[in-house]
Design a protein around this ligand. Sequence first.
Ligand code: FAD
Ligand code: EPU
Length: 341
Amino acid sequence: MEILANYPLKRLNSFGMAITTHRFATFSSVDELLFLLQQKKEEGDAALPLLILGGGSNMLFRTNFPGWVLKNEIKGIEELHEDVDYVYVRAGAGENWHSFVQYCIDRGWGGLENLSLIPGNVGASPMQNIGAYGVEIKDVFWDLRALHIETGRVQTFTIGDCDFGYRESVFKTKFRNQYVILDVTYCLRKKPLLNTSYGAIQQELSAAGIQQPAIRDIANAVIHIRRSKLPDPAEIGNAGSFFKNPTISAEHFTRLQQTHPGIVGYPVPGQQVKLAAGWLIESAGWKGFREGDAGVHPKQALVLVNYGNASGADIYALSEKILHDIEAKFQVKLEREVNII
Ligand code: FAD
Ligand code: EPU
């Protein structure tokens, strides 16, 4: 375990930002993590910021990082136990998310197939309650173990402790920067219950002539849809959706429908409507926009991209312009989904 100084992070963040961090190290066990936390203190860096890194696919670095970046590489997948209907599977935080999903599909365990091909690692999956195509991690979450950075104590969090919401959890709010997630246990179905509620999945299955889909067919449909519109970070730097889909009142939505008849929104509980932010950004004329190497993806307006040499500040400045424009045109305040560092 080496502690490296002024370490370049370009290959470790999916936006491809060419920045460095004051200190960098990886850990693959709790003991290694505790050792590194101790070293940070002993080197007189206790007051410097600490960042736990997974796959780096949901963060935008605006400048060099002035503290310690510790990359979680805790591995291992373990079937803890099973009952008549479910299998309880624990995965180390450093396992690649998509490989883990494939591992479960290979064994016929249902629940994660709609979340295929989301970049990043297992440890970040509860952070923002990752979601796609009608499923969120909270639907299959059992518990997680996390180390409290201040005390070094390992605690278990069950679903009731996590306050999962749309792209939210306690680890982004009241416990922000306080815990390192070590592993996550998911409760998966031995007799899968398919979720094909998302229209595009139905269309993919029909196009492939599949009438009785298995979980692998759902995964393949999701993979196909994602590849058709989301840029591959290996080719174009990005962190997926840059903004969240905003929620507005039903009354506000009705007003917007009068001036913008095509506006896309879905009713949600509490007389509210969740808007497709991609629609707002496209309608405001930003889709395909490019300024230097910072741009808005031509196939998905919710995704900001780095065509090569954009800085984090360039991407952030573009996001500011979009935010202000959407507020001026629709009186809707967008919120960033990506973690801004
Ligand atoms: P990182 O970017 O490394 O970290 C994200 C945050 O979690 C940071 O604050 C970090 O400090 C913290 N963190 C990471 N690991 C730990 C840990 N073990 N303990 C404590 N804190 C930790 N997200 C979706 O929800 N749905 C999608 O459909 C989706 N599609 C995407 C498509 C593309 C092309 C891309 C690039 C991203 C997409 N994302 C999506 C966002 C991203 O993939 C997820 O948020 C993913 O969970 C991030 O994982 P990561 O390991 O890369 O996290
Ligand atoms: N739309 C447009 N123009 C665009 C993009 C979208 O008009 O350029 C409209 C379309 O009407 C479309 C609707 O928006 O029907 C929804 O688009 P899409 O199905 O692509 O999903 P999204 O709302 O843009 C969300 C998540 C994605 C997730 C998909 C699939 C957020 C912020 N984003 O995107 O998550 O993969 O749904 O479930 O909730 C991520 O978090 O990084 C991410 C990619």
